[in-house]
Design a protein around this ligand. Structure first.
Ligand code: ATP
Length: 758
């Protein structure tokens, strides 16, 4: 039998009635608790004689109600006004703070015989005087001593804990008093005014101490999230109903696992999850539904700078990744029969489609398919092809493979005829050269699909990359002379060292494989992201000019030439002109004046003639710079990991939302009792209302992602916290734990999967 929460029938209730009895956690093994008389009134005015009123006038519901199973359903009791738990004298009742004041801010019957205490100050003193038992009149919790690991069972019997706003907690609060930081699930200390966001209230703890303090708070069951939940309820009346919920939650702590007790693994997915995450083992005692961002954190943010976006990937990174995705997916207009090469500025992200339609340009026709590649898009920036590097003109296309669906780069060397098939086999050796600073080659073959005899080389595709020639010597170079300011080098030395270290690393990999790069040209080095470069077109020269590397000596000579090419490249970039090598003395003098001696010496070393030097020797001489680059790379990796961690929770929430989408409102199950308003699935529907269809006291929709995030996080973690769900007609309410809801989600989803397989 599926365990289910018990029902509650509605009536107006006296808010001064102690909740300990009806909200006492169920110890009989049933999952839920029943609240009698919880259908709240829509009015915020205290009902007459509220403090003393009986709830015998239960408003009976005409709507269908979920069947209560087990002994948990309680019938409306005939209510005799009771004094607070543990008190038996009227004198004590006058010490009990009137709940009308807590709830409504005043009591209409203060002067008309209400027996409860209406003076908050005297109340504070009372509570400060230290009554032994933890109850509704206890003062707000301020952790002073190290918390115990578990909660005493007595706490579960305690009356609801209602923190008082007068206790100095200055956290920013939402309209109903809850901190948004609490809502979003970020651990926040009880007093942290310096971090509050005056604009939107999101608040992030900045110190380890604060986080620990929060954690201790949670351990004690005084999780501020319990308060925050009061903010949201599907209807006005649910707002009031939610106040009851605090009582239910205060004694519950999802993370207080007793020693030796097996914690619920919140990530455990069932075998039915064909495309959801598989089970993982996690350490107990972790608050899975909370956000725990990784360092490095943005420093010294002003309150207004902290927004909901702080919980997601940074805008810059997202934008860059999206632009790359867009460039990858960009294609040419489908119809034109003949695609011709454009003459200018046809980066993949700004294709001049008119140009294609006009049919201008010169040269080749693009075939619809070459081997397994289709949807070719030219990447060349110009149709003025020089044969300077390869001895043949070459063209570059982005294309999709119909084998794996990914985008690849095809480089076509036009007019090349392969005389010996063995020459192309060297690509197998190049495929094994794996370096982060090389564009990996994957395949090569000859073709006549372009109307001539060509050879195609397949490389990784790096969207939106530019060549070093475009970056430094193009029409809009990245580094220019500052108009104002001190005269200095145009390209920062740090950038030059970064290039040197990266190319040296690529050369190390290539030379170690017994090969030579032979393409260290500004137009054949790609800048794939900020300061990240890769050698492009490796292996092409070995195929089309095999005679130049037939012997070991030739390879050795080509490797020496690689070092000299690197020297020429750095000379031209440092002097900011591609022809710097033609005025070598002047250029080296410029470098001596504007850069360090180390850089000048390194370039001289590379350009010097000599047969004994090699890449290993060069790398040793730049070890200091290599370590600095290594350190920067690690810092960058840290920041990327931090960005990644922000998206961590979102992935699982999307999976959860998908499940909800599959489960809720399935028309084909309209008449299935298990999916009806008396069935188990009903709670999921109400939970969906609770999460997404809340309204405020003016009946306006509450559109707050913070509320959604916290609810879904708790559901995914399956915490023991209880929430109150109210039916749409407001005649029924149910108290359920997230754990139970999670179990229902899993079981519904499994059912769906089973029926799918039948
Ligand atoms: N693997 C690749 N991934 C993504 N883009 C690439 C790749 N290889 C080249 N490109 C892009 O294609 C464009 C043309 O590259 P190419 O190597 O032909 O440069 P080029 O300046 O036209 O040189 P050349 O005049 O020698 O042909 C460049 O803008 C480059 O960024």
């Amino acid at each position: 039998m599926t365990e289910r929460p018990s029902t509650a029938t509605g009536s107006n209730r006296n808010f001064n009635q102690p909740l300990a009895s009806p909200l006492r956690p169920n110890t009989s093994g049933g999952p839920g608790i029943s609240v009698t008389g919880a259908s709240p009134t829509r009015s915020r005015t205290p009902p007459p004689n509220e403090n003393r009123r009986s709830i015998s006038g239960v408003s009976s519901s005409s709507s269908p109600r979920p069947k209560a199973k087990g002994p948990l359903r309680t019938n409306p009791p005939s209510f005799t006004p009771r004094l607070p738990a543990g008190s038996n004298s009227e004198a004590e009742s006058t010490n009990t703070f009137c709940r009308n004041i807590t709830i409504y801010g005043y009591c209409r019957f203060e002067d008309k015989g209400c027996a409860f205490n209406h003076d908050p100050h005297s109340q504070k003193q009372q509570s400060g005087s230290g009554r032994g038992k933890f109850n509704v009149d206890s003062p707000s919790f301020t952790p002073a001593t190290p918390p115990k690991k578990t909660i005493s069972p007595n706490v579960a019997d305690a009356a609801p804990f209602t923190p008082k706003h007068s206790t100095g907690n200055t956290l920013s609060r939402t309209s109903s008093g809850a901190s948004r930081a609490d809502v979003i699930g970020v651990a926040t200390p009880p007093v942290a005014p310096q971090f509050q966001d005056s604009n939107n209230g999101y608040s992030i703890p900045h110190t380890v101490d604060q986080q620990q303090q929060n954690y201790h708070q949670m351990q004690h069951g005084f999780d501020s999230i319990g308060l925050a939940e009061n903010v949201y309820s599907p209807t006005k009346s649910r707002r009031r109903a939610n106040k009851l919920k605090t009582a239910a939650t205060s004694a519950m702590n999802a993370y207080d696992y007793a020693v030796g007790q097996q914690p619920v693994n919140p990530y455990a997915q069932t075998g039915a999850d064909m495309f959801f995450q598989q089970p993982q083992t996690y350490t107990p005692l972790l608050p899975y539904h909370r956000y725990a961002p990784l360092a490095p954190f943005p420093q010294k943010l002003q309150p207004f700078q902290k927004t909901i976006h702080g919980f997601f990937m940074s805008d810059n990174l997202r934008e860059e990744l999206q632009r790359k995705a867009e460039a990858t997916l960009q294609s040419l207009p489908s119809n034109p029969v003949l695609f011709r090469f454009p003459s200018v500025s046809i980066k993949v992200n700004k294709i001049d489609t008119d140009y294609f339609h006009r049919g201008e340009g010169v040269s080749s026709i693009l075939p619809p398919q070459v081997e397994e590649f289709h949807s070719l898009v030219p990447l060349d920036t110009s149709n003025q092809k020089s044969a300077q590097v390869f001895g043949y003109p070459s063209w570059v296309y982005k294309a999709f493979s119909n084998e794996d669906g990914h985008a690849w780069t095809l480089r076509r060397v036009e007019g090349f005829r392969l005389s010996n098939e063995a020459d192309i086999r060297i690509i197998q050796r190049w495929k094994k050269v794996l370096s982060a600073n090389i564009v990996t080659i994957h395949n090569a073959w000859t073709t006549t699909k372009f109307g001539d005899s060509s050879i195609i080389f397949v490389y990784d595709y790096h969207p939106l990359s530019k060549t070093l020639a475009e970056t430094h010597f193009g029409p809009s170079p990245r580094y220019t002379t500052p108009r104002h300011g001190p005269v200095g080098p145009i390209v920062p030395e740090q950038v030059l060292w970064s290039y040197i270290v990266q190319i040296a690393s690529a050369l190390k990999a290539i030379h170690s494989a017994g090969l030579a790069a032979r393409v260290i040209e500004p137009s054949k080095i790609l800048v794939t992201s900020k300061m990240r470069i890769r050698l492009n077109c490796c292996g092409i020269l070995d195929v089309i000019h095999p005679d130049t590397i037939r012997t070991q000596d030739m390879v050795r000579e080509a490797q020496l030439e690689d070092l000299a090419q690197l020297g020429r490249l750095m000379l031209s970039i440092a002097c900011n002109t591609p022809s710097a090598i033609h005025a070598f003395p002047k250029s080296i003098d410029y470098i001596g004046r504007h850069y360090s001696m180390h850089l000048r010496d390194s370039i001289c070393f590379l350009l010097a003639t000599g047969t004994t030097k090699n890449v290993d020797e060069f790398i040793k001489s730049i070890a200091v710079q290599a370590f600095q680059n290594f350190d920067s790379a690690l810092h960058y990796e840290d920041s990327l990991e931090s960005e990644l961690s922000r998206e961590l929770e979102n992935g699982r929430l999307v999976r959860l939302l998908c499940k909800f989408g599959f489960i809720n409102e399935r028309p084909e199950y309209d008449h299935d009792p298990r999916w009806s308003e008396t069935g188990d699935r009903y709670f999921l529907k109400l939970f969906r209302d609770y999460v997404f269809h809340s309204v405020d006291e003016n009946n306006h929709p509450v559109v707050d992602i913070a509320h959604v995030l916290i609810c879904l996080n708790k559901l995914d973690a399956g915490v023991d916290e209880k929430i109150m769900l109210v039916s749409r007609d407001q005649m029924n309410c149910f108290v359920v734990t997230y754990k139970e809801l999670k179990r229902q989600v899993e079981s519904c989803f499994q059912d769906l999967n089973k029926s799918n397989r039948r």
